[in-house]
Design a protein around this ligand. Structure first.
Ligand code: MCA
Ligand code: AMP
Length: 499
């Protein structure tokens, strides 16, 4: 039967000496060594009791070993559940419990903070840091061979948690077919091959850096300049050695803010891809003026991988996300009736294809709300298709803020604020931010003498990752509501802009 993802992404590189990763210390990791390391992790995970179908939750730094751990999970038939290192123990507790993870791998420095979390969720705690950690040691001691566990296209490879507009985060179940089909489509669409060197500065706990960036390069057989995070100086220094880069719009606005970033620096680059959040048309134009390159903007989601992309050849149109990718069927539908709308009209974007996920883990009702019986996924994004077939995203039907490419669901913050003393109710909205695109601002309606803002900040810091923290708290006499009693967030956004 084979192992769908392993056979395509990893097995072909067995024993190869070509460079997979260029590392910050100037060293290189060869493909063959990476594949061998994956086998060591597969063995270490097996020895910790993980069996095919088990979930392995991973909250660690961006390291070559993190990628090898994912590869090891794939080899051993395990389901990889990557988690943002910025998440608080509270947040991690929910994910590990919900996923019923067999193992939680965390940074060695977080071992004490997460011990109870793992125990409470019935998970074994292992640690992985840069050259250290319990599973690092276990992998070092393991043989570089492990049987490749049979997994078919429909078997699950990863859960990625994505917040909901109501209630708690949902585990999006992604199959081997979902991940492989999309990587194949993108290699072709964006013309990646073994000569490419991808400048990789994105995090690897999300679709963009993990499946789009890394899986595409594994399939193409090219190399990655693997940077631990976004560092403007490091990016500029490495750019002349790269051929391509993928980033969120903040990457591009930050690069443009630096005078060293110009036509000469980017002369060897053949492709800049942007996604995860809207790229302003003015950024697109400023980028072309400065470098001569037209950024290729594409559109995707955790649940669907990549759906739509501007063309490699042909016009990359600023302000649009391009055409549905091969194998993706896209329709613009009426948000209320679900009926397909005529070309040119604005409605909810729905997509179908091998890229679309298998549903939300243990949440059949949520799955049924968003994934239709005919296979179409209701994205919650509003868009239209112009006469030339280009798709434009014009807004969101869902209550979502995207800050520097990270999704923030106001509901999650409001639920915490509403429980604090002195707050009757709250509403969180996104306001324009020059660096992150959008940033959250909280409106509070006071009761019982009003809130203690310092205490509130402390509670928010304890419970939520930093990027979700409201940048401002504004007191308001009452929340604006429509006749149905629904809070009018558009009015609050306008109000926030006036402060
Ligand atoms: C960091 N901070 C943030 C963010 N990132 N706050 C809000 N939004 C953010 N995105 C916090 C830091 O904790 C810090 O807090 C302060 O803001 C300033 O940090 P800074 O050093 O400027 O940030 P950074 O480390 O340079 O990170 C910014 C970043 C990063 C490079 C834009 O957030 C990033 O890599 N974003 C990419 C996210 C991504 O990959 N998204 C794809 C999701 P303090 O001052 O308190 O220390 S996948 C997806 O959306 C779909 C599938 C798709 O289509 O791709
Ligand atoms: P996530 O849930 O993190 O996968 O985020 C997916 C969401 O990011 C989509 O539903 C869109 O709202 C947004 N998104 C991704 N790419 C783009 C883009 N190129 N333009 C506008 N929004 C985007």
């Amino acid at each position: 039967m084979g192992n769908t993802l392993y056979d395509a992404l990893y097995a072909p590189h067995t024993g190869k000496r070509d460079t997979f990763l260029h590392l910050p210390d100037g060293s290189r990791l060869a493909y063959g060594d990476f594949v061998a390391r994956a086998a060591q992790f597969a063995r270490a995970l097996h020895d910790l009791g993980a069996r095919p179908g088990d979930r392995v939750a991973v909250q660690v730094a961006k390291l070559p070993d993190t990628l090898a751990l994912f590869a090891g999970c794939t080899q051993a038939g395990l389901i990889f559940v990557p988690l943002n290192p910025g998440y608080t123990p509270d947040e991690i507790g929910y994910f590990v419990g919900d996923a019923e993870a067999r193992i939680l791998v965390c940074d060695p420095d977080d071992e004490a903070a997460l011990g109870d979390v793992a125990t409470g969720a019935g998970a074994h705690l292992a640690t992985l840091g840069d050259g250290r950690g319990t599973i690092h040691e276990a992998a070092n001691a393991a043989p570089a061979e492990f049987p490749i566990v049979a997994r078919g296209p429909e078997d699950l490879a990863a859960f990625l948690y994505t917040s909901g507009t109501t209630g708690r985060s949902k585990g999006a179940m992604l199959s081997h077919r979902n991940l492989l089909s999309n990587a194949r489509t993108l290699v072709e669409a964006w013309r990646f091959d073994a000569d490419d060197v991808l400048l990789h500065a994105l995090p690897i706990f999300h679709t963009h850096g993990l499946f789009v960036g890394t899986n595409v390069m594994l399939l193409a057989g090219g190399a990655m300049i693997f940077q631990p995070g976004f560092d403007l100086d490091a990016l500029i220094e490495a750019m002349p050695r790269a051929t391509a880069m993928m980033g969120v719009p903040t990457f591009y606005t930050r690069l443009l803010s630096d005078e060293r970033f110009d036509r000469d620096l980017t002369a060897g680059m053949r492709l800049f891809v942007s996604g995860s959040a809207p790229l302003l048309a003015e950024t697109h134009r400023a980028f072309e003026e400065r470098t001569g390159h037209r950024i290729l903007e594409r559109y995707g989601m955790t649940e669907t991988n990549m759906n739509v992309s501007n063309p490699y050849d042909g016009e990359r149109r600023a302000g649009t996300v391009g055409f549905p990718l091969p194998g993706v069927t896209l329709e613009i539908r009426d948000p209320d009736t679900g009926a397909a709308l005529p070309q040119g009209e604005i409605g909810v974007i729905e997509v179908r294809g091998d890229n679309v996920f298998q549903g939300y883990w243990k949440m059949p009702e949520k799955t049924a709300e968003e994934l239709r019986d005919d296979g179409f996924f209701i994205t919650g994004d509003l868009g239209r298709i112009d006469a030339d077939g280009y798709v434009t995203i014009v807004g969101r039907a869902k209550d979502l803020i995207i800050s520097g490419g990270y999704n923030i669901y106001p509901k999650e913050i409001e639920a915490i604020l509403d429980e604090q003393p002195g707050i009757l109710e709250s509403a969180v909205v996104g306001v324009p931010d020059p660096d992150f695109g959008e940033a959250p601002v909280a409106f509070l309606v006071a009761c019982d003498g009003g809130p203690d803002l310092n205490a509130i900040r402390t509670e928010i810091s304890r419970t939520l990752a930093r990027y979700k923290h409201p940048r401002r708290y504004e007191l308001i006499a009452e929340l604006p509501r429509n006749t149905m009693g629904k809070v009018q967030k558009a009015a609050l956004r306008e109000l926030a802009a006036q402060y």
